[in-house]
Each structure stands twice: as structure tokens, then as C-alpha cells.
Design a protein around this ligand. Sequence first.
Ligand code: 4AD
Length: 539
Amino acid sequence: MTACAPRIGRHIVSRRIRLISRPGPVQPLKIWRGSLVYLTKTQSARYSSTQSPAATLELAPLPPTLKQKEAEVVRYDLPSGTAVTVHGWIRTIRKHKKFAFVNITDGSYDKVLQLVFNDPEQVNDLGVGVSVEVNGTVQRRDSLADPYEVLVEKYHIVGGVPEEDPYPLQNKYLSQDYLRRELPTIRFRSLSNGVTMRFRSRAVYEISQYFAENEFIQTHPPVITSSDCEGAGEVFTVVSETSSSPFFGKKAYLTVSTQLHLEALMMGLSRVWTLTPAFRAEKSITSRHLSEFWMLEAEVAYADRLEHIMSLVEGLIRTILTRLKDSGEYQSVLSVKTFLEKQKSQGGEGDDMDKEITRAILVQRWDGMLQDVAWKRITYKQAIEVLQQAERQGQAKFDTAAEYGDGLKSEHEKWLASQYAHGPIFVTQYPSHLKPFYMLPTPGSGGETVECFDLLVPDLGELVGGSLREYDYNRLQAAIEKAGIDPSELEWYVELRKWGSVPHGGFGMGLERLMSYLVGIYNVRDVISFPRWVDHCVC
Ligand code: 4AD
């Protein structure tokens, strides 16, 4: 029996089972770690109804994470002296006359576990970055934040660090740019990157929940495609190293957006979504552009008003923000901001030391998005008028003047969200020549504008793009020809309009743009694990 398997009298029960003190007939249930486990009938019924089939089998438990260990200590109120085994990487070592303290972390949460050594000489072999397995005993603490520490009995070094090549993540401020450039594989062990990766994971979980609750089917469209969805020519071509002729018998690309395939899936499943890598051979070296990024896309059948799609986007973002705030991941992001601000004030390293926003601005950003007022919606035409008026009245000075018919520049987008809306803003109905072939013309505009929107947010600009799609066979065919696209490339897509076509619409949102905005990290390269951009495909 391990130290943490609780007992009832002579019956041993797994810690996964809820204990009931009422006596009653017992039934053997299973062999658990070499011991026969008995349960009362009621326990047995409860156990069977809550456990997955795998839980009743003798499957090997994984080595517990530090987060799981802490939860176990709290949940079972394990007393001081209980034996424990923990694993992690050493973050700090403090040696005193009579004791030594070593903090370890394992990335499962943003906290560290303090190890206590009664003999400071015991830590002589240890160094920052070393990975260890430690056997010791629980020492309860009177702190809710850190409910226990471990008094070390013995340890062994799992992976050391060479003396001549010290661990590069020492305890000082390193900017995101420095971490990415100098430590592309080690940076996930830093506090800031760890918290970002965990936040991203939680956000994807919340997104999946939201879609499931709203009857969307998650689908997996292909990454290799035969068409350029956006028609902008920013595609990467897929070729085989081993065949001289085209591998697929025709040109093939890495997808720039899965929208067209998602539309085909929508025609059978009504509401669909996906989170898929997207690839763009854009040479834009900005803090918002990656060559490989993750795009969240959704399509909705029978959506016949742009408002359907804008409301979907607003509802999705508001819901996940509210839930993320409750989940504690948000608090972790804020705590790390506070820690880094303090660390930065003591000096640090990196070119972009001052780029990251402060904790105070991040709080305002989240609160701004969650205010109890619907996000602003204006047409492209109104946006141009607002921008021109702002410049005329000296409220803004743009490098490029806003002109009707031209695309909005990043400076315009940022100004509209930051200075005009003071929060997120949907800009709708752009001129058709600025947008791809598949968008539905605005009724009554004679094809001048299309039923589309961009969602702009302060400091970042475009976060989401969406539209209603052309669902008439002949009009879509004509739009493809007008755009100068070879119709044979998109025959399969146009044909969808032949058999029971329905009005529909959808959107695409770059996951890294959302993450960088919510975590308050300036560059999208720092919220994806291995960023790719022009001339950069490091590891
Ligand atoms: O506005 P975009 O180009 O729209 C589409 O691709 C549509 N087919 C999506 C759809 O309706 N299903 O891209 C959508 C979003 C942008 O708003 C932005 O958030 C992100 O994708 N994005 C990028 N993110 C990082 N790096 C890039 N190079 C990006 N290009 C677009």
C-alpha cells in the first residue's frame, strides 16, 4: 500500500473511490497494487457509475505531476510525515548554515515545490536546471498557497547539467525576444512561456466546450489542398523530393484556410468548426504575422444575416474569457506579469525589453472586452469617414491617409479600436474588390460591397475575419471568373451549390493573435511553440 491510499478498518480502497463510513456487506472489486480491494454495495454501485472501464483495470498510473501531488495532499489532508516521491527540475537553490532549500518545478502549474535538506552539504551536487527524483516526507505548512513542502530523505539526479556549460535560464529577466532567439527549446521551462503554454491549452479546451455546447461538430479538414482559398497567391507549394512529376498529379499547396472544405462539411453537418494549422508565404515581418499559425474556423448553415456570425464570434470570445477568468489561468497570467515586472526593474537581457504591456493594461483589456455593452459595429464606409474626420480635426496623424476603396492599414485598424471604440469593433461591408471571390454581395449594393466583417481590437488590429458566402451556383461561377481564378481548380467547391445549397457564413480567427492579446505578449511568435516566419525555421 502506498502512503496515500486511505484505509477503512481492514479494507483497502483506491484513492479514486469516495469513502462512505456506513458499515455494510462488502464485495471484492479488484486487485489494486497487489491488494484485494473491498467495497460496500453502495460504494461499489457508485464506483461503477463514475469510473471509466479503464479505471477498473490494473493499468500503470503515470508518475504524478507536482500539481497532482499538491491536490492529493490537500484533498486527503495528508499529515506531516507521509512518505512522498516527487520529480522536477531545479529552479533555485538556497544554502544556509543548517539547512538548504531547493525549489523544483515540473511545468504542470506555475508554482514551485520547496524541498528542505537538513544537511546543506547534501545539495553540493545539485545545480539549477538539474532534474531530480526525490523521496521524502510531507511537511504541512499553514499556507493555502503552498500547503506543503518536502523534507528530503534521499534523492537521485535524473539528468545533470555539465559544469562547463551551465544551464542558460538563470534567475533574471530575459525578454521574450531573447528567449526565442537564444533558447528556442529551453524557453518552455521559463515562468512566462510555461504560463502561456498552459493558458493556450486551457483556452483551446474552453473553445472546444463552447462549440460542443452550441451543437457544432468538430471536423478535421485537410492541410494539403489543391486551391488557394484566399486567392492572394501566398501559398506554399507541396512537392515530393522523390518524384519528378507532381506527386498528386496536379499542383498542391499547404492550406491558407480550411474554409472551402469546411463549407463542404457544413453542407452535411450544419454547424462545423476546426482548429487547424494554416500556412501563408507572406513576407510581412510584423509582430502579427507567422508563416505557420493555427486558425480557428467555423461555418454555419442557414445563417443569412452577417449579425448571425458576428454574434457567434462575440459570444464565443466573451464566453471563453469569462470561463478563463474563473479557471485560475488568468490569475496565473497576472501573477507572472507582476513577477516579471519586478524582475525587469532589477535589469535583464533582450532587445525588446519594453515591448510587453503591463499587468494594469492587461486587466483593463480583459475588463474592456467583458463590459456589459455589445461591441461596436460600423460599416467600412463609416470607418473611412471616421478616420478622415479624425485626421481633419487633428485627433490622429496617419502615415497613409484613409481613402475609400483602399484597404485599412494596420495604423487605421488600431486607431479605430483603441481611440474610436475603446475596445473591440466590427467593421463590416468592405468594397468587394478588397475581399476574396467567395463573399456574398451586399443586397442592393449592385456588387459594390460584400457581406463581411473584420473584428479589430486595440493595439493589435485584425483578430477575426468573417463573411456570408455566395451560395448561388451561377453567381459564384461568375465571381471566380471575375477574380481571374482557373474555374477547374474550384469545380468541386462550386458544385456544392448545385445540390440543395443553403445560405451560410463563417469566420476565421488566428489563435496566436487571440493568445498574444489575452496573455499580453506583444509578438505572436512568443505564444506558439516553434514559430516560423520568413528566413526563420530554426528547429
Ligand atoms: O482574414 P483571413 O485571411 O480570413 C480567412 O482566411 C478566411 N478564409 C477565414 C474564414 O472565414 N474561415 O484570416 C483569418 C484570421 C485573421 O483575422 C487573423 O487573425 C489570422 O487569421 N491570420 C494570421 N495570423 C497569424 N499570422 C498570419 N500570417 C495570419 N494571417 C491571418
